[in-house]
Ligand binder design. Structure first.
Ligand code: BMA
Length: 328
């Protein structure tokens, strides 16, 4: 595996949270106003009884990106009457403002939302997509004069009724009106996936293009009891792809193997849904280290690290799926 787990994993778990939270996972992380900021998903409920009662967002801060202090809950002011819950946050800093993209389950479908903040505490909602869309991530820069996002719609009828979903992209002149949508990466471009893929971390600019960490799901009907669930046949792994710097809908390469697969006990043995690594953030440091923050087993927050150059080289190595999207 290209990524090595941090020895302090899990870096955030329910025991670190000063309020009632039974599962703490799927983080968005950004360096904002001089420190690391994390927004994470948490579930309240009865861990031993395996009952979950409430999904919400929490906030943590850190000086080094490894040691975190939870400093409260975060509420997103969504003015819709059919809202059920908000979850799976991602953070992007763009023009010195902090953007939070999130999934919103409503009575009428799952919507991808975007909110903005100037202090990391209070947010204004800019947009909620049509259903069904999720895993929206915002690029940290304008490209060709537009804002860009990756997203993952759920085309159930068009893909034969099963869970076979792909990574798409839209652009916007103002972060509110999105369009000119294109397919970026299909499940068939990811050799080890057989079910669905979705953008994970907001893309980061490198000298070879935009690096995207994504999640990829394979289903094996032989998988049985897994975590709290009687039956959970999916495995969530992390993958990496490189998009063109100026025409980001063009895929320059896909790492032919996952960059992280569930293996550690906190990914495969303890928790709500086992065999899940769900990347939500990537941070590159000046000394060439790439950090990936991810949810493990839908229960804790973890960190893994790789050399950025190694990940870029793997994305463009011969034998990997590459350039397949260029003809779309
Ligand atoms: C996805 C989302 C994520 C979750 C993952 C694994 O569909 O619901 O929030 O981490 O499944 O359960």
């Amino acid at each position: 595996m290209l990524f090595t787990r941090h020895p302090d994993n899990p870096i955030l778990h329910p025991g670190n949270v000063p309020f009632d939270a039974r599962l703490v996972f799927n983080p968005g992380v950004a360096v904002f106003q001089g420190r690391y900021l994390m927004v994470f998903r948490y579930e309240r409920g009865d861990f031993d009884g395996h009952l979950l009662e409430r999904t919400a967002l929490g906030r943590a801060v850190s000086a080094d990106g490894v040691h975190w202090k939870v400093d409260g809950e975060l509420s997103i002011p969504l003015d819709i009457s059919d809202l059920r819950r908000v979850y799976d946050p991602r953070l992007t800093v763009l023009d010195s403002r902090l953007y939070l993209s999130f999934a919103a389950d409503t009575d009428h479908g799952i919507r991808a939302g975007l909110a903005v903040s100037d202090d990391g505490l209070s947010f204004e909602v800019l947009d909620l997509s049509l259903p069904d869309n999720r895993n929206q991530v915002l690029f940290p820069e304008r490209i060709g004069g537009y804002y860009w996002r990756l997203e993952r719609p759920f085309p159930v009828y068009g893909r034969g009724g099963g869970e076979r979903f792909d990574i798409w992209m839209s652009r916007s002149p103002d972060l509110v009106h999105w369009g000119a949508s294109r397919l970026v990466l299909g499940v068939e471009d990811v050799p080890w996936a057989n079910a669905k893929i979705g953008p994970g971390a907001p893309p980061i600019r490198t000298d070879r293009g935009w690096l995207v960490l994504f999640h990829a799901v394979d289903i094996d009907p032989a998988r049985g009891k897994n975590g709290w669930e009687k039956r959970w046949t999916k495995r969530y792994t992390a993958g990496a792809a490189l998009l063109d710097a100026e025409q980001p809908w063009l895929v320059r390469g896909v790492c032919p193997e996952p960059v992280l697969v569930p293996d550690a006990p906190y990914e495969t043995r303890d928790g709500f849904r086992l065999n899940v690594v769900f990347p939500g953030a990537a941070i590159a440091s000046v000394d060439g280290l790439l950090r990936m923050y991810y949810g493990a087993a839908d229960t804790v927050v973890c960190l893994a690290e790789a050399r950025l150059d190694d990940v870029l080289a793997a994305c463009t190595a011969p034998g990997g799926a590459s350039l397949s999207a260029m003809t779309r």
